[in-house]
Structure formats: C-alpha cells, structure tokens
Design a binder for this molecule. Structure first.
Ligand code: WTA
Length: 565
C-alpha cells in the first residue's frame, strides 16, 4: 500500500473510494475481515510469514504464521457454526490476551457473527450489563474467568453457550462446554460467510454520560479505514514488527491490535503480561519491535523510571512510536525524543469512530501537546459549545465534530437509537470532546464535554459506578467523578452518604472499594471515598455530580440556583 506523502497533498487527493482501491476491494464483492486478515494474506504468498509472536506472563512464547492464523480461525469458525451460531449472533470473548482470543475473534467474523470483546478484568455486573443488552448467544472464556459467567447465566436467557477454551477438565454445568483448539481437528478449508462492507462485525461497549454503557456496532467495511490508517498514521510497512500494548477488550486492541496490522500482513508482538518498565523495554529489544503503539499513562510511568533505563537496552530497531487514549503531555513528546531519539506521535479517535480520525503523520511537524490534524477523508471541525456553528478559530474552545461518512464509523448504538441520534447535530457527529484548532489545522485537546471518567486511557461511566455503589448494603446515596491524577490522568473518586446505622470506618471504605472492583473492574474502583451526610441535589432530587466535580478540580461552580437549600 502506498505510503504517506505530504500532508496537504495526501489530504487533498484522498477519498474513501481510493481507500477501497488501496485495499483491493471492488464494490459488491464479499468483504470479510476474518478472511481478509488471514486467507487473503496467504493468497498473497505470505502464508509462512509470522503473524503473531506471543509472549505469556511467565515468559513462555509461541509463534504463529498467517497460515496458522487462517487455519486456527477456520477451526474456531467451524466449531461455532456447528453449535448453530449464525450471522449477526453476538459472540463474546472474555479472556486474557491469549492466542485463542485472536483466532476466535477472526473465526467469529468468518461465520458472519458479531464479535463482542469484553475486558477480562470485568466483574459480574459489568459483564451482565453488556451481555444482557446485546443478548449475546455465546461466550468464549477460560478456566480463570468462567465462574463469573456461571454466576450470572441464570439471568441471561439468550446465552446458550459458555465455552471454556483452555481446560477440558472443568466440571461442566448446563450450557457450559469446552473447546480445546489443539485437540480439535484443524479445518483447512472454510466457506466464509458472504458478508459485505455493511455487514455488522464488532460490537464494543463504551461508557456515555448517562445511563448504561452503549454498544457501538461496526461493520466489515471498517477495514478500509483501519487498514489505511494503520499504514499512514502508524506508518506500518511490510517488514515491521509491531507492538500494540492495548487489550482487545477496548477498541484500540481490535482496530489496531488485530484488524489494521493483519490486514497489511504485518507481524505483531502480543504480550500477555502487565506493565513494567524493564519488562516492556525487554519486549521491545528482544523482538526488535519497529513500530510501537501505546498510551500516555504507560509513557508517564516509563518516564518515572528515567532515560537511563531506556539506554540500557538496544532499541535500535524502533523507528516509530504512537500514542492514543488520553491527552499526551508535551513533556512526554520531548521525553520520547530524549530517550528514544524520536517523538511519540499522538493519535485521536474513539470507540465510535472505529479508526484514527485526527493524527500526527510521519514527516509532519509534531507540535508537542497537539493531537495532530484530520486524517485524510475526515472533515473535522470545532463547533461553538452553544450554537453548534463551526468556529475553527485559534484559541477558541469548542466541540470536536466530524462529518459522518467514513467507513469505520459506528452504524448504531445497539438497541439505543435515541442516544445514537443525539450524537448528531446539524449534520455533524459530535465527539463529546473539547478542543481548539490552530490556523494549520492542528487540534489541541482541552477535555471531555461530559462526565465520563478517563482513567489511564480507559473510559468508565459514572452512572455505572453509582448504580453499583448503591447496591452496597451500607450506601444510601452515591456519586462518582474523575479526580486529577498525575499518572492515570484521572482516577475514580466516590462521594457516599451512608444508610442509618452505618458508621464511617476504614474497613467500610475498603469494603466499598472492593465491592466495586469485584462487581465492575479494578479501573472503576474508587481510589478515594469521601463520606458525606447527604449529597448535594437539585430541587428535583438529582445528585449534582457537576458540583462535586467542579469542587474537586477547583473550577467555577456555575449556576447553583437549582440546588436544594
Ligand atoms: C479520549 C479510544 C486526548 C477522548 C481510542 C475520546 C483522547 C476518548 C485521545 C475515546 C488523544 C482518545 N488525546 N484524548 N489523543 N485519544 N482520547 O472510546 O476523550 O475508549 O473521546 O477510544 O478518549 O475513548 P475510547
């Protein structure tokens, strides 16, 4: 695929029809991401090329070629089909970053079903909310996690299959089964379901301002945007060794941890372990990573351990580093230059956009602290906060808005047309982020326009946390906000009023924290709980989260005339 030229020329000459051509697609043809990332790469003669270098938590490694990827995803596809799972059925994947996650993701797509990845650290309640809403028919999981599903399965009538993929000795209950890839008969030929560019592919749940998480539904045609942006914004080329540190439970881990790079036949390193500066540098060094896609929280943690540690490793192969998920501080960009000899290139996008929409590009001047410029084919503007007119004036903060029509845009929020529609105003898709734009079209992120909490690049919805908090036996009222944090940008802080008969204590605080960690996830767990007699409310009885947040951030409180006296 052709490289990125000068920004101005590329932006001017590009349209999404060109992307279809670059990806080698002709209108009306079958388009299937599963096939495209495996069979097609093999047909191009790259079957024996390494697709995945996998390293587990304790250092064990496995390698798979594109042909392995093809056969293993076929085998998953055939198995799921044999269970009667068909096109458009929602199939969850709930496991650590195991090779099976990747094979099954592609296998689900090959039968035309919808892949619904769930972050492996989710607790029962977080799982339940997402599986109930999607009426998921099956879930692929492991011995580490299947009990969480077992505990909620009675409340999930649509769920027919709970499939454990790494242990055939688990004592199975009703609806549970095991499928062990290495024992299964390998399927060399599989008739891929004839999906087309508008067929649904991936369903990712994301947190909104109010209400439950929403399922952003994507289509197979998203690959046009994911492939071209992996080539241009991540600068991926055929010989690269690429490492995306994101988990496929979040959109970065699927769009750029599976689809984008494999659609280009690029070798990926997948590390199924946690963060550790030394460990991460070792991964970069050992596998000769050339392109690295990570997040500001990780970069800030690396910065804490200093430049010296970087220099102790041979990272001479590394040639391009990108970031996503939160604002990338200018210091991080400068530190990248100092420690690695190159800046981190910031990229901006969302679960809803499916692919990078604003970015820095190779060869383009990086202005530290800016997210970069609109991706070719994307019309991105800043709208006035109130009138929603385009402002696009330097230093004027407004809403980032995008003209709909790029291939990886979500097609709906699952079961939630009303909220989906509310995202569009005057023909613009409103991202919910605030930014200004400079005369050269660089976007300067300011913050979110809603109450969603961004902790370490992961969005958590205050409503979900508050709903879980009030299920704790001691909690009468609760509010959750993001509180500034030097490493994670924000962490969750909860305000809690207790029921009569309960006393504030360290034990109780811990019990509430753990309750949320178990029910939702470690990310959603409040790092701090402030106990109050009662929470500030409007006259109509709504808790004023905005007021609590403003106090926490030392901001103007604004109009409090509707506050209860
Ligand atoms: C935030 C992740 C500042 C933003 C791909 C957005 C960013 C939300 C950046 C989407 C960036 C993402 N600078 N903020 N470069 N990239 N964000 O849906 O608030 O998990 O709306 O998708 O993360 O998060 P999501």
């Amino acid at each position: 695929m052709q490289g990125f030229g000068s920004y101005e020329e590329t932006y001017r000459d590009f349209d999404w029809q060109k992307a279809r051509e670059m990806v080698g697609y002709r209108e009306g043809e079958v388009l299937n991401i599963g096939w495209y990332c495996t069979d097609r790469i093999c047909e191009m003669g790259l079957g024996e090329k390494t697709a995945m270098i996998w390293e587990g938590f304790s250092g064990e490694t496995e390698k798979y070629t594109f042909n392995d990827l093809r056969i293993n995803s076929n085998t998953y596809a055939a198995y799921l089909k044999s269970l009667g799972i068909k096109e458009r059925d929602r199939v969850c994947i709930f496991m650590d970053k195991l090779p099976d996650l990747y094979f099954s993701f592609l296998g689900i797509l090959k039968i035309g079903a919808i892949a619904q990845p769930l972050f492996s650290a989710f607790g029962e309640e977080a799982l339940f909310t997402r599986m109930e809403d999607a009426e998921s028919i099956a879930i692929l999981t492991t011995k580490k996690y299947y009990r969480k599903v077992r505990r909620i399965k009675d409340q999930l009538p649509a769920l027919k299959h709970i499939i454990v993929v790494d242990d055939e000795n688990v004592k199975l209950e009703e609806r549970e089964k095991t499928f062990i890839l290495k024992n299964a008969e390998k399927v060399d030929e599989f008739d891929v379901f004839p999906t087309h560019s508008e067929s649904p592919s991936v369903l990712h749940y994301t947190s909104g301002t109010t209400g439950k998480p929403k399922g952003a539904l994507h289509v197979h045609g998203s690959i046009f945007a994911q492939s071209v942006s992996a080539r241009w914004a991540l600068d991926l080329r055929e010989d690269d060794i690429y490492w995306c540190t994101a988990d496929p439970g979040w959109v970065t881990g699927t769009s750029y941890g599976i689809i984008g790079p494999w659609s280009l036949g690029v070798t990926q390193v997948i590390y199924n372990g946690g963060f550790g500066s030394e460990k991460w540098y070792k991964i970069l060094e050992k596998y000769g990573v050339t392109v690295w896609y990570t997040a500001p929280t990780a970069i800030r943690l690396l910065m804490k351990d200093g430049t010296g540690l970087v220099k102790q490793h041979d990272l001479s192969k590394l040639r391009y580093m990108c970031s996503v998920g939160e604002p990338l501080n200018p210091e991080a960009v400068h530190w990248g230059r100092e420690a690695f000899g190159m800046p981190f290139y910031d990229t901006y996008w969302q679960t809803e956009t499916g692919a990078i929409v604003i970015s820095n590009f190779p060869g383009m001047e990086v202005k530290a602290g800016s997210m970069g410029r609109a991706f070719p084919g994307i019309e991105a503007v800043v709208l006035d906060l109130n009138s929603h007119e385009v402002i696009n004036e330097p230093n004027k903060v407004g809403l980032i808005a995008l003209k709909p029509g790029w291939p990886s845009m979500m097609r709906e929020y699952w079961n939630n047309e009303e909220v989906y529609k509310s995202k569009f105003i005057n023909g613009w898709y409103i991202t919910g982020d605030r930014s200004s734009i400079d005369p050269e079209g660089y976007f300067w992120f300011v913050g979110r326009d809603d109450d969603v909490i961004n902790t370490g690049g992961h969005l958590v919805g205050p409503f979900e946390i508050e709903s879980a908090l009030i299920e704790h036996e001691a909690v009468a009222e609760a509010a959750a906000i993001g509180k500034p944090d030097p490493v994670n940008m924000e962490v969750v802080k909860a305000f809690v009023a207790l029921k009569p008969g309960y006393e504030v204590s360290d034990d109780l605080e811990l019990s509430i924290m753990n309750f949320i960690r178990k029910r939702l996830s470690p990310l959603a767990m409040p790092q701090e709980i402030e106990f109050m007699e009662k929470l500030p409310k409007t006259r109509s009885g709504k808790i004023m989260r905005r007021l609590l947040r403003a106090q926490e951030w030392g901001e103007e409180i604004g109009d409090t005339s509707t506050l209860e006296d």
